[in-house]
Design a protein around this ligand. Structure first.
Ligand code: UGA
Length: 468
């Protein structure tokens, strides 16, 4: 199958590389000439496991990069829209790029094309795409529009694409559904997973995945509902963590008790400084706004957002509790990315917390295994950047853990204790148990658990509870 993917961002580039991996002939298009030149020269603009291998294997063979939408449309049967849908000031998704690409596609159509929307869009966007195609001169029989949302997590996007739990496709025409079955055939029949040379199958992968065919509106709603539900799960557990702190319970124990209920499950129940990234904050706002446009006030989503914002403030309060005044304090920050396994700092809770600490006069020395370069684009030289966790900790008044990188859960605590000016660790991701931190001689503040204290109580903690 000849496929054009319009957009070479996280979703577009991963989708293009994975479609090529499934044996299709793919052209990936972007209007950013520098990015296309970089991709043609062998560059890899995003940090994503297995992406370098897929690009190296298919670039110049069945995967090419171009800046011409019209050429790509003419030579392809399936046109996948994977452009950005940034957020407007009022919370709505900005569909300007989707509409511009639709117009460009309409101008180039020279036979039947299946247009697949993969960008995260509000419900009814496929109907708007259909209308824009017709308004821009296409006959209705020349195209179909399908919705095929993506459920890729940054960091494991390639594995998520090739070993999905489910594939959701929404279309009104049988012809469109038939084409999409052909596109995903190697995943639907399990042949990709059986092959010896492919990306390794994750242990828990579901092969074959659920293959769900719906109307376009239902497919669009699956995407927003899914992200909003996961965000709600995180905010819910963060609210429970606040109650745990008030009554002396332990959120990790509570999570075990909740997560082992098979109706709920343990995933996305990690309490912490809240969710970030380019998806959850934007999609919660966009879903709320789309629901309002169609007459439903989705107040629950306001609360999800409010709790998420509150988490950063709750963490900052802990920093003040531990350190008294903040002006001129030197703080080591571990983690800049919005989560582990990525170099992405968009809407990163870590960056937001750093900005607040800088505003209070702190000096920050930060380390992240992958996101430092991107963070420099936001924080510039307002913070110092260390080459590893120990360099960051040297001489700091406290160590703050803000991203859940695995390596931050395996620090040499005795060494950290020695390097820090004060023996204080504030963990926004609950990577350690209070007991092991106390044993290492560190005051340890985390989320939804009593602080582990070895040093003198602070006046803000009149009732210090013993850690387990
Ligand atoms: C999310 C969804 O998980 C994907 O299914 C979806 O395809 C993607 O958005 C998208 O719409 O493109 P992603 O943004 O890469 O993926 O990140 P997640 O792994 O979902 O994490 C989001 C945020 O939630 C991170 O800041 C993470 O630290 C936080 N989180 C996650 C928690 O605070 N607690 C948890 O238990 C899980």
């Amino acid at each position: 199958m000849r496929i054009a993917v319009i957009g070479s961002g996280y979703v577009g580039l991963v989708a293009a590389a994975c479609f090529a991996e499934l044996g299709h002939s793919v052209v990936c298009v972007d209007k950013d000439r520098n990015r296309i030149d970089e991709l043609n020269k062998g560059g890899i603009p995003i940090y994503e496991d297995y992406l370098p291998e897929l690009l190296a294997g298919h670039r110049g063979r069945n995967l090419k990069f171009s800046t011409s939408v019209s050429d790509a449309v003419r030579e392809s049967a399936v046109i996948v829209i994977a452009v950005g849908t940034p957020i407007c000031a009022n919370g709505e998704a900005d569909l300007f790029f989707v509409e511009s690409v639709t117009k460009a596609i309409a101008r180039s159509v020279d036979g039947y094309k299946l247009i697949v929307e993969k960008s995260t869009v509000p419900v009814c966007t496929s109907a708007w795409i259909e209308r824009a195609m017709v308004l821009n001169g296409c006959h209705r029989h020349q195209f179909d529009v399908a919705s095929n949302p993506e459920f890729l997590r940054e960091g494991s996007a390639v594995s998520d694409f090739l070993y999905p739990d489910r594939i959701v496709v929404g279309a009104d025409s049988e012809r469109a559904l038939r084409i999409l079955r052909d596109v995903y055939r190697p995943l639907i029949d399990g042949s990709y997973a059986r092959g010896a040379d492919g990306v390794p199958k994750p242990e828990a992968a579901m092969v074959p995945p659920h293959y769900i065919e719906t109307s376009p509106q239902s497919a669009e709603l699956v995407k927003h509902s899914c992200n909003a539900f996961l965000a709600m799960k995180i905010s819910f557990i963060n609210a429970v963590a606040a109650v745990c702190e008030a009554v002396g319970a332990d959120i990790e124990d509570v999570c075990k008790g909740i997560g082992t209920d098979t109706r709920i499950g343990p995933r996305f129940l990690r309490a912490g400084i809240g969710y970030g990234g380019s998806c959850f904050p934007k999609d919660v706002a966009a879903f709320r706004s789309a629901a309002r446009e169609h007459g439903y006030k989705f107040d629950l989503l306001d609360e999800v957002h409010r709790i998420n914002e509150q988490q950063r403030q709750r963490f900052l309060k802990k920093v003040r509790t531990a350190l008294w005044t903040l002006k001129d304090k030197r703080l080591a920050v571990l983690g800049l990315a919005f989560k582990d396994g990525t170099d992405d700092v968009r809407e990163s809770p870590a960056i937001e917390i750093i900005k607040c600490l800088l505003a209070e006069g702190c000096h920050i020395v930060a380390f992240d295994p992958a996101a430092t370069e991107r963070a420099k684009g936001v924080l510039a030289d307002s913070v110092a950047y260390a080459s590893d966790a120990y360099a960051a900790a040297t001489g700091a008044d406290a160590l703050l853990i803000l991203t859940e990188w695995k390596e931050f859960a395996a620090l040499d605590l005795a060494r950290i204790r020695e390097l820090l000016n004060y023996p204080i660790v504030l963990d926004g991701r609950n990577l350690y148990s209070p007991r092991e931190m106390a044993a290492a001689g560190l005051d340890y503040y985390s989320m939804g658990r009593a602080a582990a204290k070895i040093s003198h109580p602070t006046p803000l903690e009149p009732r210090i509870k013993e850690s387990k």
